[in-house]
Write a protein that binds this ligand. Structure first.
Ligand code: CAA
Length: 380
């Protein structure tokens, strides 16, 4: 592992850091309080290349890599995990499967607008009865006169209410189990496709999470992504990379929670003594700083393997598991140290506390990561 950053990576990360500090942080509390999807920030992320970080320039991307992508998400999520998740779902879950599994025509049709942030992407896998059991897809698709017709519904779809392009999994042949699932590209405005309920969530309020409804939704046959029956593989490989993004998001939550806790400790007093002089507090800070560093190293290892095209499902699951647990721990410890003022709605630690939990859930719960990790570890 060699995590020395190139000048180009450093330059990009500095631009993102400045964007996070100067443009995201000042409105982070307001967009959370008002459950407001920050379209103006999506426009700025597009200008800065954040909507197409690790994709080649020939398709409109930044021509960077997953290491830069991970740092980018950490920086943004350290001030607003909700804003980070908009970019993560777009990059990892929509752009990547189109880039990796798409035909040249599909790539040229969709990627330039997506990677330039003119369009927003989303990923439709989860259903009410197919969350952790992703193979249990009930949305079905069948061929009809040069079209596929989709019927069913998806839930908890990040970016759902604002996305233009959706990568959607549906069952084309139930008798074949996971080999009967296929992936499709669905566009906003396709006949029979609509957005259902918007979720009122505990955290990441400024991101959009909705149902997707397919009622005799007709899409041209050339919207099949990959081969028929390969949809489960498309979904699993997409999630292998997506979990690096969620891990980086969790690391951002952990770093953000650590930062506000440290600021409180540096200025706070108890019983007339500076909090920073308490050895109990010092030990807490030492544990927190060490876990944050360990999470970052796991993420960078997974990102580096992805950049080198090496198998990294084990690494991304370990990174997500550890980083998400670290996010929860940092937010909880921070809340305990800050105490009553931290519990007030709108305080930064209260927001991080609410935003941390989802990182243990989406793109595979911590238990799913343990299934992936143990199945690979036991194979050796
Ligand atoms: N890459 C490629 N192929 C893979 C794979 C991977 N990472 N993982 C599994 N496969 C293949 C296997 O090789 C196997 O192939 P064969 O049938 O040819 O042998 C096939 O897929 C089935 O594998 P499993 O038997 O291991 O599958 P399973 O049904 O037991 O499920 C699982 C495995 C890991 C539990 C999987 O279902 C899973 O990851 N579940 C969690 C789903 C998830 O993360 N959902 C998040 C939704 S997206 C989201 O949250 C974003 C949002 O917008 C909110």
């Amino acid at each position: 592992m060699d995590f020395q950053l190139t000048e180009r990576q450093k330059e990009f990360i500095n631009v993102v850091k400045e964007f996070a500090e100067k443009e995201v942080a000042p409105i982070a509390e307001e967009i959370d309080r008002n459950y407001r999807f920050p379209e103006e920030l999506v426009g700025r992320m597009a200008e800065l290349g954040i909507m197409g970080v690790a994709f080649p320039k020939e398709y409109g991307g930044m021509g960077l890599d997953y290491i830069s992508y991970a740092y980018m998400l950490e920086e943004i999520c350290s001030v607003s995990p909700a804003v980070g998740t908009i970019s993560a779902a777009h990059n990892s879950l929509c752009c990547w499967p189109i880039y990796h599994f798409g035909t040249e025509e599909q790539k040229m049709k969709y990627l330039p607008d997506l990677l330039k942030g003119k369009k927003i992407g989303a990923f439709g896998l989860t259903e009410p009865n197919a969350g952790s059991d992703a193979a249990g897809q009930q949305t079905r698709a069948y061929e009809d006169n040069g079209y596929y017709v989709l019927d069913g519904a998806k839930c908890f779809i990040t970016n759902g209410g604002y996305a233009d392009v959706f990568v959607v999994m549906a069952m084309t042949d139930k008798s074949k189990g996971n080999h009967g699932i296929s992936a499709f590209i669905v566009e906003k405005g396709d006949p029979g496709f609509s957005i259902g309920k918007t979720e009122d969530k505990m955290g990441i309020h400024a991101s959009s999470t909705t149902e997707l409804i397919f009622t005799n939704c007709r899409i041209p046959k050339d919207r099949l992504l990959g081969n028929e029956g390969e949809g489960f593989k498309v979904a699993m490989q997409t999630l292998d990379g997506g979990r690096i993004g969620v891990a980086a998001q969790a690391l951002g939550v952990a770093s953000g929670a650590f930062k506000v806790t440290k600021e409180y400790i540096k200025t706070g007093t108890r019983y007339g003594m500076s909090l920073a002089k308490s050895q109990y507090i010092q030990f807490q800070m030492a544990d927190m700083a060490t876990k944050i560093r360990a999470a970052r190293l796991l993420i960078l290892e997974a990102a580096e393997r992805k950049d080198k095209d090496l198998p990294m499902g084990l690494n991304s699951s370990m990174a997500k598991l550890f980083a998400a647990e670290t996010a929860m721990e940092m937010a909880t410890k921070g809340m305990n140290i800050i105490g009553d003022t931290g519990c007030v709605s709108g305080s930064p630690i209260e927001r991080f506390f609410r935003d941390a939990k989802i990182t243990e859930i989406y793109e595979g719960t911590s238990e799913i990561q343990k299934i992936v990790i143990s199945s690979k570890v036991l194979k050796d």
